[in-house]
Design a binder for this molecule. Structure first.
Ligand SMILES: [Zn+2]
Ligand SMILES: [Zn+2]
Ligand SMILES: [Zn+2]
Ligand SMILES: [Zn+2]
Ligand SMILES: [Zn+2]
Ligand SMILES: [Zn+2]
Ligand SMILES: [Zn+2]
Length: 426
């Protein structure tokens, strides 16, 4: 009569065992290590036994049905592992704690612990946070400032964008709000100083002075008070911002140079405004340019002369190589400008005929009043039929005389001539 070998069902308690077997083979080989010791046991004397495996931890063997186990257990005894107990798995374990053989839940990532395999982790105790960002690191990987000191703050400035951390020495805190801290470079960018002598204001505006050959702007930082707007786009549009030295230099710049500045400034604005949301910058009409030249350097040019300045500039640029983006934009602006130039020249000619008539009557009126010096000195400048304004030029020393007390003389002349009269500025 053959007696079937009974099977002894067991459960393995691996909750205190570090290297939990992940495959059947691994489980079998662990069992094979334990079996010689298990065979010496009496399940009925103690259904739960623990084996100390040193550094690897402990393994518990639970006999599920001690009463049915053969006594003693022998080489022929077959065992069946019915279950395995594991510690609740901690998927995100703290890297620092692991080196001390403890497994702690680590909610924070430490990029420094990531050795190219997976992102390292830090637990509540080992996580370090710096001001300025919610990014964590472990103690050992606390960000270091460029100088080597432990960093205090992630700089949120325009250059660092919270990617670089700095120590307290290399931070600059805002005097009005110490919670605002940037590195020196970002601070200078965020709160630039006005470059005007002795000015303590913030230079949020940059000087837009540039020439076509260089296209690199002056870039000097200026506060709103010290910025000069060169109103080249008419009175209602923001003109080119200039620093004081460049603004002062305008009056001694020849017309060709001024037009070069206007074109270069417009090219720069135009390429900045390429996005669909922004209106593309346009060159000012030559009717405006004419006034720019009068106001800036007291040069009175007629429309044909100004048109010629642009045409000459355009021809010069056509031959220039290489044709980079700026040059293409400049030529593009100039060729679109050509249409409006022709219109302005044409209109100017017509207005001159009408304007000249008003001007002649003005001179007659002055003569009739015996104001011969003024009659000699006054010059025709412009006539705007729509607003009915006759622009004249009068030498500075005679302007008071021409206007009269409280403008009474001019008002009288306006009545006689039948148009409004304005003396050109500058
Ligand atoms: Zn930890
Ligand atoms: Zn780390
Ligand atoms: Zn910075
Ligand atoms: Zn530092
Ligand atoms: Zn200033
Ligand atoms: Zn400048
Ligand atoms: Zn004018």
């Amino acid at each position: 009569m053959t007696q079937e070998t009974p099977v002894v069902p067991v459960t393995l308690d691996l909750r205190e065992f570090r290297d939990v077997p992940r495959s059947t083979d691994a489980c079998v080989s662990l069992w094979e290590r334990l079996e010689p010791a298990v065979l010496t046991l009496d399940p009925q004397a103690g259904p739960r036994v623990r084996f100390d495996l040193g550094d690897e931890g402990e393994v518990g063997v639970w006999f599920l049905d001690p009463a049915s186990a053969p006594r003693p257990l022998g080489a022929t005894t077959r065992f069946a592992i019915r279950g395995v107990l594991e510690a609740p798995e901690i998927r995100h374990a703290c890297t620092t704690c692991l080196t001390a053989h403890t497994t702690t839940y680590a909610p924070y990532k430490c990029p420094g612990c990531d050795e190219g395999r997976r992102t390292g982790r830090a637990c509540e105790e080992h996580a370090v946070f710096l001001e300025g960002s919610l990014r964590a690191s472990c103690l050992g990987h606390t960000p270091v400032c460029r100088c080597g000191a432990r960093a205090k703050v992630w700089c949120g400035g325009p250059k660092c964008r919270t990617r670089t951390a700095w120590c307290e020495t290399h931070l600059r805190r805002h005097p009005g709000d110490p919670t605002v801290a940037y590195c020196e470079d970002c601070y200078a960018e965020r709160f630039p100083a006005c470059e005007h002598e002795h000015c303590t204001g913030s230079g949020y505006i940059r000087c837009e002075h540039r020439t076509l050959s260089g296209m690199k702007p002056c870039g000097r930082r200026i506060c709103t008070e010290h910025a000069r707007r060169w109103q080249v786009y008419g009175s209602y549009n923001r003109g080119l911002a200039l620093c004081t030295p460049h603004h002062l230099r305008l009056s001694s710049t020849p017309p060709e140079g001024l037009i070069d500045l206007i074109l270069a400034g417009t090219v720069a604005r135009s390429s900045r405004g390429r996005s669909a949301t922004r209106r593309r910058a346009q060159l000012p009409r030559i009717s405006i340019v004419r006034h720019i030249l009068i106001n800036t350097r007291r040069a009175v040019l007629d429309m044909e002369a100004i048109d010629l300045l642009f045409t000459t500039l355009e021809q010069g640029l056509r031959g220039r190589t290489p044709r980079d983006t700026n040059l293409s934009t400049a030529l593009d602006l100039l060729s679109r400008h050509r249409v409006s130039r022709r219109e302005d020249v044409e209109r100017f000619r017509e207005q001159h005929v009408e304007g000249r008539g008003h001007y002649d009557r003005l001179v007659q009126e002055l003569r009739r009043g015996g104001r011969y010096e003024l009659a000699e000195a006054v010059e025709f400048s412009d006539f705007r039929p729509r607003s009915g304004i006759l622009f004249v030029r009068v030498p500075e020393r005679l302007q008071g005389l021409f206007r009269g007390k409280g403008g009474s003389s001019v008002r009288q002349l306006e009545q006689r001539v039948g148009v409004k009269i304005q003396v050109e500025r500058g």
